[in-house]
Design a protein around this ligand. Sequence first.
Ligand code: PNW
Length: 478
Amino acid sequence: LAFTHKVNAQEFPPDFKFGIATASYQIEGAWNEDGKGENIWDHFTHTSSDKIFDHSNADVACDSYHKYETDIALLKELGVDFYRFSLSWPRILPTGYVDDGVNQAGVEYYNNILNLLDQNGIEAMVTLYHWDLPQHLHERMGGWLNETIVDIFAKYADLAFHIFGERVKYWTTFNEPYIFCQYGYENGTYAPGLASNRGVDVYVCGHNILKSHAAAYDIYDKTYRKKQKGKISIVLTAIWAKPSTYTRKDFEAAERNLQFQFGWFAHPIIKGNYPQVMINRIGERSTKEGFKKSRLPKFTNEEVRQIKDTYDFIGVNHYTTTMVKWMDDVQIGEPSAFNDLSVEEYYKDSWKSSGSAWLKVVPYGIRDMCKWIKKNYNNPSIIITENGYSDPKLILHDFNRTIFYKEYLKYLLQAVYDDRVDIQGYTVWSLLDNFEWNQGYSAKFGLYAINFTDPNRTRIPKDSANFYKAIVKTRRLK
Ligand code: PNW
């Protein structure tokens, strides 16, 4: 899309879209209001508050359930082309099951948001699942560990397309399954907090996510696409992996890291089936550990076919880079996803830190990541669905965040013009300071600050809000 107009390395292509993102559990609050069902994060924060840095929860959070009009006024103020937000599944379906009945107040809430976005000329990018599974499903049938969830999710997706689809330009099924399968079902640091079946459940989670994604894509494709004319895909974690040295071994380790992360989901969706390196390594280790079958579940040929090509673009969440060094395979013993991968990771001391231990500022990583995706995954259309920086405390003159966006966008433009990656849009994470999962309110990603002791949850613009507003307006970096 970039080459029909005069190339100016500072200027975004004319049809490039700018947006900003949030997620339901992180901003809505109203955790038990108007018929909403409990979700796994409500349950996790209420029962395992020791696992949250500041022992907080998102019972109220930004109170966006009551303040969505204010939030949409901020979007208007920023001038963004689209708003990426997620639906709370149990706000719409309190038990998760369509057959148990729809919570009309929940439907109204999202109807109001979509209508107001429409009135303001802001396109909607809606995520069906941003980590807030109905607690009932987890307790009753094991959530993502039970393959019958594929059908349960498909029915929820069908309902969402049916009710909201006329007003949704972009759908994404899942946000970052790499993170929630790993942290929720392997390390136990995220809801539902499981860590008792390492090296097994994490892959079962991913397997059921891929099948659920494909089922939802298929329903949209067959039943809704023609009438609603939207696009649908998935949002994947994309942490760039840089080889520690220019040696064959370190290159191989970095490549393997990317295949176990991005490739885990991108390979089945774009090329068909899991990356061969995952199939081989997990298979071999499983045999040595005495498992009768690989801990990485197998797709049937039919499933491989059903999952392949279920994307209209690829949603890429990029924040940071990790250095990767080759190491000898961890000895056979306790099964784990970490041992399956067997690489050493570290951050460079020279990389600037943020309010999140995992987030180091490495601007060129966004370019290298996009370039790698283009080369390895058939040059797909890409939308950067998240990119952002956290401060450890409330800072209004957020110079570090402004520089972060300036630098990352500079490299993104190089990916567009120099590497000719098909990048169609860019999304800031996040509109508001919000509940940052197990970091609670201690990591602040917003362009707008909130003092969480203020009962009104007043939104206060940071310098970065003005910075982003100028970029969106001029369509160029300055
Ligand atoms: C993403 N990591 O989470 C999520 O999509 C957002 O909900 C979240 O608020 C945002 O990024 C900022 O954290 C991540 O450890 C959480 O690499 C952790 C990691 C990456 C992404």
